[in-house]
Design a protein around this ligand. Sequence first.
Ligand code: NAD
Length: 288
Amino acid sequence: MSPAPERVVVVGAGTMGHGIAQVAAQAGSSVTLVDVRLELAVAALATIRANLDGGVTRGKVTAAERDGALARLRTSADLAEAATGAALVVEAVPERLALKVEVLRAAEAAAPPDALLASNTSSLSIGALQDALERPERVVGMHFFNPVHINKLVEVVAGPRSSAAAVERALEHARAFGKEPIRVRDSPGFASSRLGVLLGLEAIRMLEEGVASAADIDRALELGYRHPMGPLRLTDLVGLDVRLDIARHLHETLGGERFRPPALLERKVAEGSLGRKSGRGFYDWDQE
Ligand code: NAD
C-alpha cells in the first residue's frame, strides 16, 4: 500500500473536516486544518484530541499514536499559505456550489501543480466543480462518511474530466487513511445516497399504506437482511429535512417516480418532525 501523502490540507473544520484531518494525521500525513473561522479549527483540534483519547481508553489507539497524530496537526485561517507544498487538498466546506468553487479555485492557485484536489461533497456534481477550474483533470470526489474516524467507506467519485491517475491516487490515499474506497462515476446520489435514500423512501411509503409499523418495517431489514439499522430509524438519525432535500434533488436529476418524496415525509418536515434532532420523527426520541 502507498504511504499517506506527506502534506494534506483539509478546508472546513466542521463535522466532516475534523474527521478527515484526524484520519490523515493518524496515517502519518502532516495536516493543516483550515477554516475561515480559526476558532472553529482550534475547537476541532480539541474534538480530535477527545476522539483519540477515547481510542486510547478503548485500546484502539496507542498513546504514542495519539501523540504522533496530534503533533502532525496544525490549524490556519489562510488557505493560500497552507496549500503551498500540499500533496492533497480536501475541501469540506458547506454544500454550496459557489462556495466550493471559490475554495477549489484558491487551492488550485496556491497548491503545487501535481497536488490532488478533492471535494467531500455528498450531492454536487464533480463535473460542475471541474468546469470552474483551470486543471480539472486533478479534481475528484472523496466522499467520506460520518463519523469519519469510525466509518470505513469513502466513495471516490470520478468526474467527467478526472484523469485515471487522479482517481487511482484518491483510491490510494483513502486506503492509506485506513478506509475502504469504492469507485463511482459522477452521477446524482453517487452509489450510497442513491440506494440508501431509495430504501428509506419505500419504507416511508409502506408506513403510509399501513403495511406495518415503523418498528416492524425496520425489524424486517435488521433481522431479515442483517442491516445494522432499519431505514426509518436511519432517516430519523440523518434528519428528515436532509433526506427530503436529497430526495427532491434525485427526483429532479434522475427523473421517474422512484425518488418522488412521499407525502408523509413532506408533512413531517413541514410540521417540524425532523427526527432525533427535533425529538420526533418516525420515532419519539424523547422517550428513548
Ligand atoms: P459543517 O457546517 O459542519 O462544516 C463546514 C465548515 O466549513 C465550517 O466550520 C465553516 O466555518 C467552514 N467554512 C465555510 N466557508 C469556508 C471557507 N470559505 N473556507 C474555509 N472554511 C469554510 O459541514 P459538514 O457537515 O462538515 O459538511 C461539509 C461537507 O461534507 C458538505 O459538502 C457536506 O455535504 C459533506 N458531507 C457531510 C456529511 C455529514 O454527515 N455531515 C457526510 C458526508 C458529506
